[in-house]
Write a protein that binds this ligand. Sequence first.
Ligand code: F6P
Length: 341
Amino acid sequence: MSIGILTSGGDCPGLNAVIRGAVLKGTKIYNQEFVGFKDGWRGVVESDVIPLERKDIQGIAKQGGTILGTSRTNPFEGNGGADVVKENMERLGVDSLIAIGGEGTLAAAKRLSDAGVKIVGVPKTVDNDLSATDYTFGFDTAVEIATEAMDRLRTTGDSHGRCMVAEVMGRHVGWIALHSGMAAGAHVILIPEQKTSMEQICEWVNAAHDRGRAPLIVVAEGFQLDTMDDAHSERGLDAFGRPRLGGIGDLIAPEIEERTGIETRATTLGHIQRGGTPTAYDRVLATRYGMAAVDSVIHGRWGRMVSLRGTQITHVAFDEALGKLNSVPQDRYDEAAILFG
Ligand code: F6P
């Protein structure tokens, strides 16, 4: 019997390091065999597998993306659900699953676990929006990329005396914006947790400009002006029926220019934040998650997700892991706001 691994949902840097950590510990310490399911739950419901031996995971910790591929396929939506998953696992000789994914993936994993599938989870969210873990891999890399991008926006902004707006990821929570904005010395940080008025934004922009600075704004994709009821979305829905966000930077930039008279440009970083090589921090965290997931399989901790508390890797029930967002607390926003303007 072997252990099946899948990566599901949006990708993020560090997925390959999880796979490598799991396969290395599983083969070296526990003498286990592995297979990889292609493209998340799609591979599970369609029995699409690839071998995962030690030679297959050599040198992949530094590689972005996922060698297994990913998709937003939901096993419970027209794909046969738990029955098909159990049938396919049995036929392939797969005894248990390690599912690496975000909220949608873990929700499906919980339903499968409730139906008797032996499954453990590894949290994956570039937005860092799961409250059951202190950090998820991919977040540090995204912050690094966003910070570097803003450093670059600052020099061109300085040359032209322009206000520069950088839009970063962050559907429900503003961690990427908060951390990259603080690191890059942004004059304004706009996050989903804090609705803000255009008057206030322009006040900060003018204050920075009056001090001779080229104002730098970072805005999370899920940010809403105080006049908005929902996050800005003009790209329809994704496969999970969630609005595809993006474009808030382009929406506020002309308004800022009109109100302040300062020439303003917006840049959306988008999927650049999820691509490429993971930082050392993310590689280490992801490797540890992968190894801990194998420990969970060996100890039969079904229906649980590995998580980081302080510097320790521990585990929490799927129930606990789901539903509660890791929002930016008020005191962290207030602390950052001292630097605005
Ligand atoms: O949930 C992570 C995330 O990167 C969000 O910040 C973003 O809204 C979404 O995924 C983008 O998803 P997709 O890759 O399907 O466009």
